[in-house]
Design a protein around this ligand. Structure first.
Ligand code: NDP
Ligand SMILES: O=C1O[C@H](COP(=O)(O)O)[C@@H](O)[C@H](O)[C@H]1O
Length: 599
């Protein structure tokens, strides 16, 4: 294991950790002082690597139960946060605590995690899942005993899978030492099994192979469904009936799309729940795993200067903006059935909105946070078609290069009306946010690739400096920008005096640019989310009632757009999108922050 190995697992393998000490035999795992390790983290801000991420996540997890291994058998003991703080017990989420073996001392020898990537031959598996698993391995975040299986219909040997996977692995975290060696070690833990997604027999064969690798240890199994949605249920049925763990936990990560509307989403949930408990289902929204989205709550709830301002009293509007500078390119078949509202707004942007607008949760526990998010979603006003603008990109030539229109994509039906761009005004009808427009904008084939949250504050009443700062009040109001990607940053636009003898005002940025502040690269969202799923941390996954509330909000709108066959406004590939988006913003007395000259 790396010297920077994840404390969560390091606690299970080493007694040299500064934070942990293990009792022999009785094997209660003690955290010497959780608060000390937290302050250690903050005292050393240069690193944001996974190892440190793991320090914090193992400390912040709420305390619900402890696990004791006595003479090889497992027992769970409940403890409150306070008790745990006193005795310093390392904690494991309660829901599945009875299925987890504490891995102190020899405990690690007793358990193993098998990760099966279902749809291993596909785009997402190659692009994101295997590289994320490797990064976790490199950082020492995977348990000592783990096996990775690729599962798909394509015929492949273990060696061929390894070649396929090796082409996608990079040592993305700096130029790290021993990367080649680590890759070889990692690839040796990767295997492949070819099978149909609806064949019990093929999953039984997978189960046998998994057992061979688990070598009689207590087995925990994670299935990542990286397959098209029409085969989710078949695969879950087979995995749960023929390949789930008999003595450890079994969890399934489900990729979006979770249905196309309220009805299909509810049907999917119902089908999944025939084979799995809700706490075994990890619905992934990779935007929740992005560093700056995770930081949203920290920013708000740990800084006194923000929380008091976080309401209709001081905030004029909030904008959630997603843009990509490329079109559907190869994913048109999938995209045409969904469109940008389902692809980006109903999930990624709405999830960020819920995190942004929720009330303070009782604790950082998954259920407490998700309870607050659901409340926000359920307080939202149904979206009206007149508060929405849709667009579709058309062919455009820039510098002698001709870029295709959406319908030039061979996988897109001719004359498709599917929106590749949408802007919408949403409202939360609760005391905190009454009347504040929450604007969303998402588009493909635009002029830039970025994702950001913009908070525009109200004008200063009776502004003393009106005469010194020009007449455009919008130019002088404070704006907080959380740039999720690229070049992660948080900056606050403030007014200051231009130095000199005169009195002229200027707007400047107080800027936390991550690349300048932190030397380590930020982990990919999939790394964080995979690690959470392995650890049973559900905070960043979508609960079924959140999903229902999200669909309830968008389904009537989507139905109306489709029934009325609303024609999208065409915009040139590489442009800033349809002008209709400006009229929509203006209707709500808003200017898009990403379009201002000094953005
Ligand atoms: N790619 C991406 O960037 C993103 C993907 N997702 C979601 O992740 C999941 C996987 O995406 P992605 O990897 O792009 O998907 P792919 O289309 O690449 O499919 C993954 C694998 O599933 C199998 N498969 C494909 N079509 C069928 C079919 N009709 N019937 C049975 N098996 C099929 C293929 O494996 P084989 O033929 O070997 O069985 C394929 O390699 C999807 O749910 C997608 O919506 C979510 C966000 C982003
Ligand atoms: O879920 C999706 O997200 C990607 C954008 O993800 P990012 O992490 O690269 O910003 C988007 O391209 C895709 O259409 C959508 O399905």
């Amino acid at each position: 294991m790396s010297s920077l190995s994840c404390p969560t697992y390091r606690s299970r393998t080493s007694s040299s950790s500064p934070f942990l000490s293990n009792h022999h035999h009785s094997s209660l795992i003690n955290v010497v002082d959780p608060r000390r390790s937290l302050s250690f983290h903050y005292a050393s801000p240069q690193g944001l690597n996974l190892a440190e991420l793991c320090v914090v996540r193992s400390q912040r997890r709420s305390v619900q139960s402890s696990v004791v291994v006595q003479d090889g058998s497992v027992a769970t003991e409940s403890s409150s946060s306070e008790e745990a703080k006193d005795v310093g017990v390392l904690t494991i989420p309660s829901l599945e605590a009875d299925k987890v073996v504490a891995e102190s001392d020899g405990g690690e020898q007793l358990s193993t995690v098998s990760i099966t990537v279902v749809g291993a031959s596909g785009d997402l598996a190659k692009k994101k899942i295997f590289p994320a698993l490797f990064a976790l391995y490199y950082e020492g975040c995977l348990p000592e005993h783990f096996t990775i299986f690729g599962y798909a219909r394509s015929k492949m040997t273990d060696a061929e899978l390894r070649v396929m996977v090796s082409k996608t692995l990079t040592c993305r975290i700096d130029k790290r030492a021993n990367c080649g060696e680590k890759m070889e070690e990692f690839l040796k833990r990767c295997f492949y099994h070819s099978g149909q997604y609806d064949s019990q027999e093929h999953f039984v064969a997978l189960d046998e192979k998994l057992k061979e690798h688990e070598g009689g240890r207590l087995s925990n199994r994670l299935f990542y469904l990286s397959i098209p949605p029409n085969i989710f249920v078949d695969a879950v049925k087979c995995a749960s009936s023929s390949a789930s763990s008999v003595n450890g936990w079994t969890r399934v990560i489900v990729e979006k799309p979770f249905g196309r509307d309220s009805k299909t989403s509810a049907a999917l949930t119902k089908s999944l729940k025939q084979y799995l408990e809700e706490d075994q289902i990890f619905r992934i929204d990779h935007y929740l795993g992005k560093e700056l989205v995770e930081n949203l709550s920290v920013l708000r709830f740990s800084n006194l200067i923000f929380e008091p301002l976080w309401s209709r009293q001081y905030i004029r509007n909030v904008q959630f903006i997603f843009s990509e500078d490329f079109g559907t390119e190869g994913r048109g078949g999938y995209f045409d059935n969904y469109g940008i509202i389902r692809d980006i707004m109903q999930n990624h942007l709405l999830q960020i909105l819920a995190l942004f607008a929720m009330e303070t949760p009782v604790s950082l526990d998954a259920e407490d946070i998700r309870n607050e998010k659901v409340k926000v979603l359920r307080s939202m006003r149904p979206i009206k078609l007149e508060d929405v603008v849709i667009g579709q990109y058309k062919s455009h030539s820039i510098g002698g290069v001709t870029y295709p229109s959406y319908t030039d994509d061979k996988t897109v039906p001719k004359g498709s009306l599917t929106p590749t761009f949408a802007a919408a005004a949403l409202f939360i009808d609760n005391a905190r946010w009454d009347g504040v427009p929450f604007l969303m904008k998402a588009g493909k084939a635009l002029n830039t690739r970025s994702a950001e949250i913009r908070v525009q504050f109200r004008h200063v009443p009776g502004n003393l400096y009106n005469r010194n700062s020009g007449t455009d009040r919008d130019q002088t109001t404070n704006e907080l920008v959380i740039r999720v990607q690229p070049d992660e940053a948080i900056y606050l636009k403030i007014n200051n005096k231009v130095p000199g003898l005169g009195m002229r005002l200027d707007q400047s940025n107080l800027n936390l640019l991550y690349s300048a502040r932190y030397s380590k690269e930020i982990p990919d969202a999939y790394e964080r989310l995979l690690l959470d799923a392995i650890e049973g941390e559900r905070r960043l996954f979508i609960r079924s009632d959140e999903l229902d509330a999200a669909w309830a909000l968008f389904t009537p709108l989507l139905k109306e757009i489709e029934e009325k066959k609303t024609t999208p406004e065409f915009y040139p590939y590489g442009s800033r999108g349809p002008v209709g988006a400006h009229y929509l913003a203006a209707k709500h007395k808003v200017q898009w922050g990403d379009l201002s000259l000094d953005q």
